[in-house]
Design a protein around this ligand. Structure first.
Ligand code: NAD
Length: 425
């Protein structure tokens, strides 16, 4: 009996489902497993009444979706954004299942959020909202059930409010229930650089398996934010030459190589954390998008989704494209790059350093013992390298692209866990 495939009017959820069904079909995954993994284990909707500063009361909609806990507690961020809805949370939770599985960490996938624009509210209103949301989802989150983290518009302060509220409700400290906490309060050294370090590690491994030296390889980085800066610094430290970087103010190109540490210091001291006004001999400023088309070996799109698409992919000259951002290459762009013989390392492998870093924070919280930054980075590098090679080996052995290989490796690990644990509950 052929299964009834799920579809959705929500583009993100529909894409997540289509990607899953396509990989499952190619793997010949049995129908029962396809049915189980195309549905989420739990979708929670809550209403969040909040007293405003003027004494009035507003009610907000909040969500938490746990797609799978077959491999361990579900893991994934909480975002505060007007577009947050149940379907979006479900799509992102499913992607987290594959990302955590591929990362080889003992987590399933989850996602949640509240539909509102935090910029429209005071800090006190945001705190009351966060604490009430924490109380409403308290029955479904926990160190061994579901471990949320920061996402769009949430960070250290929100994670502390969440942790503190639930700790008080349970009358015991629950440090490992949320990750992304400040270092001074059960957070972890190394997390800030983790995603960029992982992206650069994938870039270096991609060059190595293709017989190209890292030393002297030319690199362009789109987006000099958290991910892009640490990816660029790591590439330079390994001997590569970062010739171009960009942010919302444009692209900065120096064929002889940019002084990335100087760029980093400049941005760190800039009031808006931008590159605007940065100067270096031999450097020219280009329109932002032009960075994507430079004659470089490696391109690291670390800014936004859809940057490389069906309209511009034919102009990309780099042979190694490592997706630091989420979804920077569209399926149409991917097809063009594929024809040009480029190697694309997919986002949920390349930027998984962040979730691996969150796992490290959880491990340290469980043990109540903190690691040095060096220890953190050593472990991260080892895991990222292993993961890259697992996908690369699968891709070459089965003659599929890295993206499809990553889906298949990830789905297989979850499917094996469901099979071993059984269907009930
Ligand atoms: P960020 O806000 O720190 O940096 C984004 C940078 O991109 C900024 O410098 C911004 O100016 C630049 N930018 C925005 N639009 C641009 C454009 N059109 N052209 C060039 N530059 C542009 O964000 P981040 O944390 O570095 O995240 C970047 C991407 O990586 C996002 O897709 C995010 O979802 C993804 N990601 C981040 C992490 C993490 O740990 N930070 C983990 C996984 C995935």
């Amino acid at each position: 009996m052929a299964i009834q495939k799920r579809t959705s009017t929500n583009v993100l959820l529909d894409t997540a489902l289509r990607n899953f069904y396509a990989a499952a079909e190619e793997m010949r995954l049995d129908e029962g497993l396809v049915e189980i993994l195309s549905h989420s284990e739990r979708r929670t909707c809550v209403s969040i009444p909040v007293e405003m500063d003027d004494g009035s009361v507003k009610v907000f909609d909040g969500y938490r979706v746990q797609h799978s806990t077959a491999l361990g507690p579900s893991k994934g961020g909480i975002r505060f954004h007007p577009d947050v809805c149940l379907d979006e949370c479900e799509a992102l939770a499913m992607m987290m299942t594959w990302k955590c599985s591929l990362a080889g960490i003992p987590y399933g996938g989850g996602k949640g959020g509240v539909s509102f624009n935090p910029l429209d509210y005071s800090q006190k209103e945001r705190e009351r909202l966060t604490r009430t949301f924490a109380a409403r989802i308290e029955p479904v989150v926990g160190t061994w059930t579901d471990v949320p983290a920061p996402d769009v518009n949430t960070g250290g302060p929100e994670m502390i409010w969440f942790m503190d509220t639930i700790s008080k409700m349970r009358n015991q400290l629950e440090p490992a229930i949320f990750t992304g906490k400040p270092i001074s309060l059960w957070g972890s050294k190394g997390r800030t650089a983790a995603t960029g370090l992982g992206v650069a590690t994938c870039a270096m491994e991609a060059l190595k398996v293709s017989g190209k030296p890292v030393e002297g390889a030319t690199v362009a980085v789109q987006g000099f934010g958290n991910v892009g800066t640490y990816a660029a610094l790591t590439m330079v430290k390994a001997g590569a030459k970062v010739v171009a970087i960009s942010d919302i103010t444009g692209a900065y190109y120096c064929p002889a190589g940019l002084d990335i540490q100087k760029c980093f210091d400049f941005v760190s001291s800039h009031p808006k954390k931008l590159l605007e006004g940065y100067q270096q001999e031999g450097m020219q400023k280009l329109a932002g998008e032009d960075l994507l088309f430079l004659p470089v070996d490696v391109l690291l799109p670390c800014a936004l989704e859809g940057a490389i698409n069906g309209k511009n992919a034919d102009k990309v000259q780099a042979k190694f494209i490592i997706e630091g951002a989420n979804g920077p290459v569209t399926p149409e762009g991917d097809a063009v790059l594929d024809k040009k013989g480029a190697l694309v390392v997919p986002d949920f492998l390349a930027n998984s350093g962040g979730v691996i870093g969150s796992y490290f924070e959880w491990c340290q919280n469980l043990g109540g013992f903190f690691w040095s930054e060096e220890e953190y980075n050593d472990r991260l590098l080892r895991i990222m390298r292993d993961n890259f090679h697992r996908v690369w080996d699968y891709s070459t052995a089965n003659s599929v692209k890295m993206r499809r290989a990553a889906f298949m490796v990830a789905i297989k690990r979850v499917a094996d866990a469901v099979r071993m644990r059984g269907v009930f509950l």
